[in-house]
Design a binder for this molecule. Structure first.
Ligand code: FE2
Length: 220
């Protein structure tokens, strides 16, 4: 399995989390990437079984419609602390729809459900440790009378031999990131590791693409 190049690290935006040099000198401590910070699972982990949990959250099998909101691609890599891709890792996401509503019986937000939004997906990373989802930009939603959560996607990543990670991915340039009570419990360097990088749309990509690198801790 090949190591990712420095260029790839930079592209994925994870150099800020590197502990030590990428190319250690003889005798230097081993290079380690900082793990992606964990975050609470929150109250809306899916509890209602659903058949369709494929990578495309904008369509539900058997329905003609498409999800409301801005469609986009979320892609990235799962890596270990040494920068090695982690193939066949299970990557699970769940999120609010474009109006900020979860398909969950405990979500009291009066915002409407979207019958065409899948809301929940589970995929495996490929041989290069990469994953890809098509989804919608999640809406912000009130967590209390004084706190509005910024758009975010919940992630749970697991692979035998690694510590399971539950976290939340945020979007760059969102004003609500500045006031979020969860994100602001993190240090500046941790926050960098939790905010995706935007690319596109371009001539070859009709949709905006958000890249997110996830670093797992190996079990000792
Ligand atoms: Fe949430």
């Amino acid at each position: 399995m090949k190591k990712l190049s420095r260029r790839k690290f930079i592209k994925l935006g994870i150099t800020g989390g590197v502990v030590g040099a990428l190319t250690p000198k003889r005798g230097a401590a081993k290079t380690l990437l900082a793990p992606t910070p964990p975050e609470t699972e929150g109250p809306f982990y899916p509890v209602t079984p659903q058949d369709d949990k494929d990578f495309d959250l904008t369509r539900i099998q058997g329905r003609d419609g498409v999800a409301q909101g801005k469609h986009m691609i979320v892609t990235g890599s799962v890596l270990d602390n040494h920068g090695q891709p982690v193939p066949q890792a299970t990557v699970e996401i769940w999120q609010a729809n474009a109006k900020g509503r979860y398909r969950h019986p405990q979500d009291a937000n009066p915002a409407p459900l979207d019958p065409n939004f899948q809301g929940w997906a589970i995929v495996s990373t490929d041989e290069n440790g990469e994953f890809r989802f098509k989804t919608v930009m999640p809406g912000s939603y009130p967590a209390s009378s004084t706190w509005v959560r910024p758009p975010h996607i919940h992630f749970k990543i697991s692979k035998k031999g690694y510590e399971e990670l539950t976290t939340q991915m945020y979007f760059p340039g969102e004003a609500l990131n500045e006031t979020d009570l969860l994100l602001n419990q993190k240090s500046p360097s941790e926050r960098l590791l939790m905010i995706a990088r935007k690319r596109g749309p371009s001539e070859t990509e009709a949709l905006e693409v958000y890249e997110y690198a996830i670093v797992l801790n190996q079990k000792s």
